[in-house]
Design a protein around this ligand. Structure first.
Ligand code: DGJ
Length: 754
């Protein structure tokens, strides 16, 4: 890995073994983008990669330099207004109303390691060891206004990752208004791409959607005040021929939890321009002299070996360089969460019963969900006061935690710190603490308002409340929920001309509270949640290494949600629970084994009362939890593969240990087929020269055989419509919604380093 500056050609070449990124400073001081993609050997010059020539019907800002038209140039961080007719990556309104800004090169610094962002509470990837990354910071200056722009690039040594962000600093004498400040802009050289996005809705998060590029703008984003169920802050440009296993893909993931936008503009030269960052919709930031603004970070991942390699890179990066240092090596505990079991209707006795049967089968933590505080028997009231409901918990959290501790069970707690019910003392006493626009009605969502986290006193109050609660009992796990989006955005604490800062300041407020809490309770595992995956993003993962992937706990729906989520996020970050049947969201009956086989590929847990199961079923659950504990390490450090099954009805995925000796394969069939055709599932990532034992059947298989020939999902029992099958449908695992989890282990031979 290196960042080379060629002072003769004025080119920067950032590269590691996999990727190259090349920038040139034009003699006028403009930054040109020369290349981003597969590694190029370093050369004396790369300037030929961007020949400049005069074009027809274009304008050019520099007299005597007709070939430098910004409309045609591939640019690093483009402005609007000086012959580039795309929407700019940034926009500044100057004191005199002008919107023209001309940033030109001033200086640069290259150093080892990766510094935190200037706004330190903004989450970002990090390295523990300076040898793991190099950073380039290019300073540009607008000579008229004195505004400085710092473009920051970090390249990682061992993974095909470059992160980008930028930072505006008003070194001038007048106040300016920043109305767009994207984190990056990347110009590509040809249009042969599809756009991959993760979109959906509540209970249908992260469906994989591919769209061909077309001329003009294509964008995804959120204006909800949260990254959203509808569009995850991730986008990729992939070649139309790119598959899971082969071809080029460029991933872009925004480390941010608020309003965002990712956009591709395909211009008349077939040069797509991708921008990503805070959504400019209603955004503005007042930059007074001496003030600064830091954009969130974008993580760019390149792969020329398919989508799956890109996913593996994101998984590794987020596991090793994003999640809180204090938490990243600790796997989340196996939990039992009482939500779908009891909803608001529980008491200590019921919780202890749930906990006792759960601990008996190996569950480690009881997560006490919504409803443990006063006036919370439904969604109507109670949020904001956070006083223990002694009618439900006569011994309080302290007593409950003690009893759980005796059982050998940890206590986790649900809280929704950002919300308040209209029927609460907090709201009665501080009505001005909720988000509202003067003189207008406040919209309700789930019967609640959102607290104005741009007001420091509001955060202070909630922080003190949380500390008071957490100091009552050893709470080892926190579920931080958020169940509605922002409406009537406005803050009484911000000046008239600062209201455009509201949405970003809100999310900075959320981060600042998370920052204080994680510093005070570094060992507390935080699971973030926003009605399921409404804020499942890298920004939250930085503070909360688990995210509740979806309120939809149906196993078949979850297969698609977890598969989509795995495009960008590591398995250990996905909260996945086994719930009861009929499923509460879709009414489907999936057998217990299938439900466990799906949830086991994530941060595992249960949302059902195990005491309702007979002895044999409890035994099965216990065995499955043991199985999960045995594969935890793989979940944390193994490579994940989405396996091509050749049909939509069957989904398969697998985990392979780094040394390729331990393998877990999960296969899920949605609808049973009569007389099913043979469907071969070819395993991935094994060593062809290893021999693997199927741990269930104890049969031996060559790694080459498993990968090149594969295995068949259907066994004999599916081929015949027989009496036996009908009588023993559960045991045989036949019918709809079936699954298999198979373990393979490399058999140690001489000279084979397993
Ligand atoms: C929404 C979450 O997604 C659920 O898991 C549960 O915690 C409820 N909120 C509680 O109100």
């Amino acid at each position: 890995m290196a960042i080379i500056f060629n002072a003769v050609t004025n080119e920067f070449h950032l590269f590691n073994d996999d990727i190259s990124y090349i920038i040139k400073i034009h003699p006028t001081g403009e930054l040109m983008h020369l290349y981003y993609g597969k590694h190029l050997d370093h050369r004396d010059s790369f300037s030929h990669l961007h020949p400049l020539y005069e074009k027809s019907y274009v304008c050019y800002p520099n007299q005597g330099c007709r070939e430098l038209s910004f409309d045609a140039l591939r640019r690093e961080y483009p402005d609007y207004g000086r012959s580039d007719y795309h929407e700019g990556a940034f926009s500044i309104t100057h004191e005199n109303g002008s919107i023209v800004t001309a940033f030109v090169y001033d200086s640069h610094t290259i150093y080892s390691g990766k510094p935190p962002l200037m706004e330190r509470i903004l989450p970002a990837t990090y390295v523990d060891d300076a040898a793991k990354a190099k950073t380039l910071v290019i300073k540009l200056i607008d000579n008229i206004s004195g505004i400085a722009l710092y473009l920051q690039y970090s390249i990682f040594s061992e993974i095909p990752v470059i992160t980008r962000s930028c930072y505006f600093f008003n070194e001038g004498k007048t106040t300016v208004n920043l109305t767009t400040a994207m984190s990056l802009s990347v110009d590509f050289e040809d249009k042969e791409f599809e756009l991959l996005q993760l979109s959906g809705a509540w209970a249908r998060e992260n469906q994989i959607i591919n769209t061909p590029l077309r001329y003009g703008y294509q964008s995804i984003g959120s204006t909800r005040g949260a990254s959203s169920h509808q569009c995850n802050p991730f986008i990729a440009l992939k070649r139309p021929t790119c598959t899971e296993r082969s071809g080029e893909i460029y991933g872009f993931s925004l480390v941010y939890s608020g309003n965002f936008k990712a956009e591709v503009f395909l211009n008349y030269l077939n040069q797509p321009r991708l921008t990503m960052g805070i959504n400019p919709h209603n955004f503005q930031w007042i930059l007074q002299p001496g003030a600064e603004f830091q954009t969130p970070e974008v993580v760019m991942v390149y792969s020329d070996t398919g989508i799956n390699t890109m996913s593996q890179t994101y998984h590794r990066l987020f596991n090793e360089h994003l999640m809180a240092k204090t938490m990243r090596d600790a796997m989340p505990p196996v939990v039992v969460n009482n939500w779908e079991t009891t909803y608001f209707d529980f008491n200590e006795e019921k919780l202890l019963e749930i906990a006792q049967t759960a601990v008996d089968v190996g569950v480690e933590t009881l997560v006490l969900d919504d409803g443990w505080f006063e006036n919370r028997d439904d969604e109507e009231s109670g949020l904001g006061d956070w006083n223990i409901d002694y009618a439900k918990l006569p011994n309080g959290l302290t007593g409950l935690a003690k009893k759980l501790d005796i059982m050998g069970m940890g206590l986790g707690l649900w809280i929704e710190p950002e919300s308040v019910s209209p029927k609460s003392t907090l709201f009665q006493e501080h009505p001005q603490w909720v988000i509202q626009s003067p003189g207008r009605k406040k919209s309700l969502g789930r019967n609640q308002y959102i607290l104005d986290f741009t007001q420091p006193q509001v955060i202070e109050y909630i922080f003190q409340k949380m500390v008071k609660i957490f100091d009552l009992a050893p709470i080892t796990y926190l579920k931080w929920d958020m169940n509605r989006n922002i409406t009537e955005p406005f803050s009484a604490s911000l000046a008239k001309n600062q209201q455009g800062e509201f949405m970003h300041r809100y999310i900075l407020g959320v981060y600042s509270l998370l920052n204080r809490l994680t510093q005070k309770y570094p060992k507390m595992m935080i699971e973030s949640c926003a009605g399921g995956g409404g804020r499942f993003d890298p920004g939250m993962l930085f503070y909360a290494p688990v995210a509740w992937a979806s309120d939809n706990t149906d196993a078949m729906a979850r297969v698609q949600i977890q598969k989509g989520t795995s495009i960008c996020y590591p398995l250990r970050s996905m909260g996945c629970h086994v719930s009861s049947v009929p499923n509460h969201q879709v009414g489907r009956y999936c057998r217990l084994q299938t439900r466990m086989d799906v949830a086991t590929f994530g941060a595992y847990g249960f949302q059902l009362d195990i005491s309702t199961f007979d002895k044999a079923k409890r035994q099965t659950i216990q065995e499955n939890i043991e199985r999960y504990k045995g594969m935890r390490d793989l979940l944390n450090t193994g490579n994940f593969y989405r396996v091509d099954t050749g049909c939509e009805n069957i989904t398969a995925w697998m985990l392979v240990s780094k040394n390729q000796a331990n393998v877990v394969l999960g296969v899920y069939e949605c609808l049973a087929l009569a007389n099913p055709p043979r469907q071969m599932i070819k395993l991935e990532g094994l060593r062809p020269d290893y021999t693997y034992m199927n741990m269930e059947t104890e049969t031996m298989h060559g790694g080459d055989e498993l990968m090149y020939r594969g295995i068949s999902f259907h066994d004999e029992s599916h081929y015949y419509h027989n009496e036996d099958m009908l009588k023993n449908i559960q045991q045989l695992g036949a019918g709809d919604f079936t699954s298999k989890v198979l373990f393979f282990k490399a058999v140690v031979e001489e000279n084979v380093p397993v």
